[in-house]
Structure formats: C-alpha cells, structure tokens
Ligand binder design. Structure first.
Ligand code: ADP
Ligand code: MG
Length: 398
C-alpha cells in the first residue's frame, strides 16, 4: 500500500527528521491562505498523487507548462497554478496515459537548494536484510544511476532488530560528503528513515531529494513509502492513510473479496488457483504468443461467491478478449469452479470465449457439469493445450 508524500513526511517528522514547513490544502482558497501564512515568501505547490515523477509530469488538456511540482513567488500565481492542478488530471511516467486526478495539494515553503541527495531503504532479497541506500546523485531518477553508475550508490545493510547503527549512519554521511554540523543532521534523518521503515513494516521508503540548503540545513524535500499489505493488520494507523481514489478499482474490488489480483496490459483474462500456478499460466500464455490481462489467484479454498466475483472483475475489463480458467483442484474442488462458471454465465453472461482446464479433486463432476450445461465452453487437457486454445481464441476475437 502506498501513501502520499505529505503523509510520509509526517511519519518521518514524528521520528525527528527535518522537513520544510508545509500545509495540506484541498482548494484554491486554502492554497492562498497557506501562502499568506508563510508570510508571502516563495512556496512550492505539490500535487499529492501516489505516482512518482510529478515534477516532470503534465496536466492533460490544461496547456500549462508546469508539472505536479511548481516553485512560485506570487499570490496570483499560487491561485492560478492551484486551480489548474485541481482541475486537470496529472500524467507522469508512472500514471498511465489517462493520468491521475489531483484532489490534494501540499503548499510547502520553498527550500533554497545547494545540493540534492538520494536516501532510501528497501528489502534486499540477496542478503535477506533491509538495506539503506544513499547517493550524492539525488533528485534525478535513481534507477538511471543504478543502471549506469551503480558505484555511486552506497549501501548499508540494516539489522531488523537493532536498526541502523550510529556508526553506519555516520559512515554514510561522511561518504556522501557531509561536513560539520550537517553530518549530525543527515544522521538524524537516516535514523528516522530506518525507524519508520522497520517499525511500520515498509517495503520501500525513499527520500528523493534529501537536500542541503544554502543556509546549511539538511532536509527531506520529498518522501515516498510503500507498506507491506500483509503486515497492515499490525498498523491500523497506517491502514487509515489508504487513499482508495489512487488505486486501481478492479484491484480494490478483488482485495475486498480476498482475491489476489494484479492488472496487466494484455488481452487474456486468467482465473487460477494458487500463486505458483498463476505465474506459470502467465508464462505459458506468453510462450504461446499471448499477453495476460491479469494475475489472479483465487486461493486454495475460494468459495463459489468469490469465484463468481472474480469472473465479474475479469469480464468488466473491455481489453479482455478471452478467458482462461486453469484450476488444479486440491482443496479447491473442480465442481465448485464449474458451478461458479455456470453462475457467472447466468449472471454476467460471457461475451468472450472461455477456455477451461480442470484437474484434481472432483474433476469428473466438474467436467460433467460444464458438458451438461450446453454452454459454449472450450475444454482443454493440459496447460499447453489450454494456452494454445486461449491465445487462438483471443486472436480471433481481435
Ligand atoms: P517528484 O519526485 O514526484 O518529481 P519532488 O518532490 O521530488 O517530486 O520534486 C521534484 C523537484 O522539485 C525536487 O527534486 C526539487 O528540486 C524540487 N522541490 C521539491 N520540493 C521543493 C521545495 N520545498 N523547495 C524547493 N524545491 C523543491
Ligand atoms: Mg522526488
């Protein structure tokens, strides 16, 4: 689960990290009042959306020459820019072509930046530990730095029990080139980042950029956090920060029914039980020249209602040209799936071809139910046969 920049900064500030003063607003009037409250000094207006790359984004259809982060010095400009930001969808390289509606702005006191740095924490699968990453190449895409000059990214493994040790923070601060008092300030922000990351079960937490101002202060100007969904039950205060308007409606709907669903870009809808089988189903669809429209794991013991809801979600996607049901019945019974297919047929109607491969518990009963229904269902034997049939069906439908 992602949260907004202003929320991430509040979590960091609560652990002692320095962030520039800011006000969260939802209207032009509030934006103007926030500008006034900073005594009319320069501010940065920042669109609050979960997607990154806001600074380089565009407001679709507005004709404006700014993105989701704009430095402003006059009251008039604050008014007109806030109006545009709240009226047009913001497109960044992370939003997709339709962009994202902006309903909240952060009016932040502008920092006089001397230098930008990157500071982040992720789970490093290779070492099985959280790792703090830092780079003096901040502000820009850290992925670019990682791809072209990985030696510019410093890394410190962090103990999940003890957190970032003081000597580790000092080492990073020295290696980044901080001097004098800035070393202590940078260490404070690193400790805050490590504390939030570990205490709140983050999977990613980033400060990009971390800056040194011309006055010599070290501050977190931007922050992004992603939380482990499976640990959210331990953090009701984090779960409350969820902004459903930022999430994919189909994924939200699936999550409410306890289904693991991830939207992809292809045309073949997949309904599978078990994450491993779901992954291999996507692989074999690609192997046969198709593109999956989604990952969907209905789980080991899904009910008829859950499976029917899964069909509704798949069939409501206009890009889906064919559906493949691939079930290996262990705990899940094949006749339950067959009943759900028949229920979905009755309720939503299938406007695209359906290919079904069933194996395992009660497979005969399941197959008989489908055969006796008289419905237009393509049955398949084995994964390869199923993939071939569904790819052909999707192609014909195009
Ligand atoms: P994003 O990463 O989504 O583009 P950022 O918050 O990182 O958004 O802003 C992009 C750039 O805008 C930063 O790298 C920084 O140069 C500038 N910026 C952001 N906030 C401020 C601020 N409060 N004062 C001055 N410049 C800022
Ligand atoms: Mg940023």
């Amino acid at each position: 689960m992602k949260i907004h920049e202003y929320q991430a900064k509040e979590l960091l500030a609560a652990e002692g990290a320095a962030v520039p003063p800011g006000k969260v607003v939802k209207s032009v009037e509030e934006a103007l009042a926030a500008f006034d409250s900073f005594g009319g000094s320069a501010v940065v207006l920042k669109a609050q959306v979960h997607a990154g790359g806001r600074g380089k984004g565009t407001f679709i259809g507005s004709g404006a020459d700014f993105g989701g982060v704009k430095y402003l010095t006059s009251r008039e400009k604050v008014g007109s820019v806030a109006k545009t930001m709240l009226a047009f969808p913001l497109q960044t390289k992370q939003t997709g072509p339709e962009g994202q509606k902006v309903s909240t702005l952060l009016v932040q006191k502008a920092a006089d930046i001397a230098k930008e740095y990157y500071l982040g924490m992720v789970l490093d699968r290779a070492s099985g530990l959280p790792v703090m990453m830092a780079s003096s190449e901040g502000g820009v895409d850290i992925e670019e730095v990682a791809a072209h000059s990985p030696e510019k990214i410093l890394k410190e493994p962090v103990s999940p029990e003890l957190g970032l040790a003081p000597f580790q923070a000092r080492k990073l601060a020295f290696e980044l080139g901080f001097k004098g008092d800035q070393v202590t300030q940078a260490e404070g922000i690193m400790r805050a980042l490590s504390k939030v990351f570990l205490a709140k079960d983050c999977s990613i937490a980033e400060i990009n950029p971390l800056v040194v101002t011309k006055e010599g202060c070290v501050e977190a100007l931007d922050a992004k956090m992603v939380f482990d969904e499976n640990a959210l039950f331990r953090h009701p205060e984090i779960a409350e920060l969820r902004d459903e308007t930022e999430e994919d409606p189909a994924e939200l709907r699936a999550a409410r029914s306890g289904l693991s669903f991830v939207r992809m870009d292809g045309s073949i809808g997949c309904l599978v039980n078990g994450a491993g089988l779901a992954m291999s189903t996507m692989d074999i669809i690609k192997y046969h020249g198709g593109e999956p429209a989604n990952f969907l794991d209905v789980g080991g013991g899904a009910s008829k209602d859950q499976v029917t809801e899964a069909f509704r979600i798949l069939l409501s996607d206009s890009r889906v040209k064919a559906v493949l049901v691939n079930i290996f019945g262990g705990i899940m019974k094949c006749d339950t799936i067959a009943q759900a297919i028949l229920a979905a047929f009755k309720e939503v109607g299938f406007h695209v071809p359906l290919v079904v491969r069933l194996e395992g518990t009660n497979v005969e009963a399941g197959r008989n139910l489908l055969a006796d229904s008289g419905l237009d269902i393509v049955t398949a034997s084995g994964m390869a046969d199923a993939a071939q049939k569904v790819v052909d069906a999707a192609r014909k439908k195009n």
